[in-house]
Design a protein around this ligand. Structure first.
Ligand code: PGA
Length: 256
């Protein structure tokens, strides 16, 4: 059984009180779902260590929402991969569309971050996906190929071993308009086949999550698809009842 890979991306949300409450409630129920799900919580950098201390004994992981390309030095305001590693971070989200859009992050920059994370044996969660115009112009696969090719070019055919891919169509993020699960399944299949062309050993362990307006009402449709291996959840992951419902849905599917 391949566990579902569920990530809570809290973005720029939460404070000590809300996070403490969330973790308290989560911890009281989580044991039911850990058998079927690998769970990563990605709070804002400032709360990473607090969350880590809270969850390290229950087998939930913490993820950072981004990392700088420099390991140390005069880079005011940045967070280094060494610092993330130092406090117990295992996963790092990179290339999220909000970083690409609001911080002008290019495929090249994302590739550098990818290499840095891998070089320290942490696991990148590489976000890819098309925007609305690209979808309308039927360019989704081309965009995705470009986003993957730069990784292959820089890191070779084994690049996607121990890597998570999050397919997040930009038009579905934060809009309340989740993509159609059948459409997402077809894109995930395409991604797997594309990666498989280069490295056949990779496919079985490759995890591709879907992200974009996932909630407890639509999660089942995604998680039932054979090539949707998990979810990257934004706003619905801020409410623990909602997050737990999604974990239950995921567990129920695998329990059958
Ligand atoms: P959303 O965010 O679930 O709020 O759409 C998903 C994401 O950006 O990862």
């Amino acid at each position: 059984m391949k566990k579902k890979f569920i990530v809570a991306n809290w973005k720029l949300n939460g404070n000590i009180e809300t996070i403490s409450n969330f973790l308290k409630c989560l911890k009281s129920k989580i044991s039911l779902y850990l058998k079927y799900n690998t769970i990563v919580i990605a709070p804002s950098t400032i709360y990473l260590e607090r969350v880590y201390r809270n969850i390290k004994d229950i087998n939930i992981f913490i993820g950072a929402q981004d990392v700088d390309i420099n390991q140390k030095g005069a880079f005011t305001g940045e967070t280094s991969i060494l610092m993330l590693q130092d406090i117990g971070v295992q996963y790092v989200i990179i290339g999220h569309s909000e970083r690409r859009l609001f911080h002008n992050e290019s495929n090249e920059l994302v590739a550098k971050k990818f290499g840095l994370i891998k070089s320290l044996n942490l696991i990148p969660i590489l976000c890819i996906g098309e925007n609305e115009i690209e979808k309308k112009q039927n360019n989704t696969k081309k965009v995705i190929k470009n986003q993957l090719d730069i990784i292959f070019e820089n890191f070779g055919e084994k690049a996607f071993i121990n890597t998570i891919i999050a397919y997040e169509p930009i038009w579905a993020i934060g809009t309340g308009m989740a993509a159609d699960p059948i459409y997402v399944q077809s894109i995930h299949k395409f991604i797997k086949n594309y990666i498989n062309q280069y490295n056949t050993n990779n496919l079985e362990n490759l995890i591709i999550q879907y992200g974009g307006s996932v909630n407890s009402k639509n999660a089942k449709g995604f998680l039932e698809q054979p090539d949707i291996d998990g979810l990257l959840i934004g706003s619905a992951s801020l409410i623990y009842e909602e997050f737990l419902k999604i974990l239950k849905i995921s567990s129920d599917i695998l329990y059958k």
